[in-house]
Design a protein around this ligand. Structure first.
Ligand code: SF4
Length: 221
């Protein structure tokens, strides 16, 4: 099995439950959700014209649309370059577009914990022990729906918040899916004052948590 990879890099997780944890991020290429605020639009298209070699992707240091197919062995070899790291994060793009079960099984058997960050719009093909961070993207131009199964499976829900309507949409999602006990994070869409203030107020009012995207404040990836 081959996986379309945009980049693999090592940094500190900046969001939600694992904030501060050294992590290898594996960014898959491809997403059909179409969020206007997306900061990785270069990952949307799986365009053959931007396909390069896995060696070029392994050496890549900037955001670009280029991507390459990696085998499981190549991915494991990339991860192994960061010998201190024990936590792997699948992100995108939308990593749930791909069946990751076999790959994650191999990664876990090498002693790593694994997390997936997903919009919740694709059926999850992962292991039972994968930590699922569901970042719901509701009413986006791609018209993809959040699958109820994914809401049930999620270990945490991390809502991107720019305005009050986003809070309303989150409440509706939680109510529709009868979520009462999950970790709920509010994540400001930017470091600007208004979304951050709104998240703080709503976290206090609902006993939810603030995910402040620490990596943006300390200027790391
Ligand atoms: S789901 Fe994620 S990668 Fe896809 S468009 Fe939205 S923010 Fe971007």
């Amino acid at each position: 099995m081959q996986y379309p990879i945009n980049e693999i890099f090592y940094t500190l997780q900046g969001e939600a439950n694992f904030v501060g944890l050294p992590s290898v991020f594996i960014r898959l290429q491809g997403c059909q959700v179409g969020c206007a605020f997306c900061d990785t639009k270069h990952t949307w298209e799986l365009d053959p014209k931007t396909q390069v070699t896995s060696i070029q992707i392994a050496q890549k240091l900037t955001d670009q649309q280029s991507w390459a197919y990696f085998s499981e062995e190549e991915i494991l070899a990339e991860i192994a370059k960061y010998s201190a790291c024990r936590h792997i994060v699948f992100t995108g793009g939308e990593p749930a577009m791909f069946d990751l079960t076999k790959l994650i099984t191999k990664i876990e058997s090498n002693g790593y914990t694994v997390q997936i960050e997903t919009s919740g719009t694709e059926p999850l093909r992962i292991t039972n022990s994968t930590w699922v961070t569901l970042s719901p993207k509701i009413d986006m131009p791609g018209n993809k729906q959040i699958l109820p199964k994914n809401v049930t499976r999620a270990n945490e829900i991390k809502m991107p918040v720019g305005k009050k309507q986003d809070i309303d949409k989150l409440k509706e999602l939680l109510q529709t899916n009868q979520v009462t006990t999950k970790l709920i994070w509010l994540q400001p869409l930017s470091c600007k004052e208004n979304p951050t203030k709104l998240c703080i107020e709503e976290a206090l009012a609902n006993n939810w948590r603030l995910s402040a995207q620490v990596h943006k404040y300390i200027n790391i990836r």
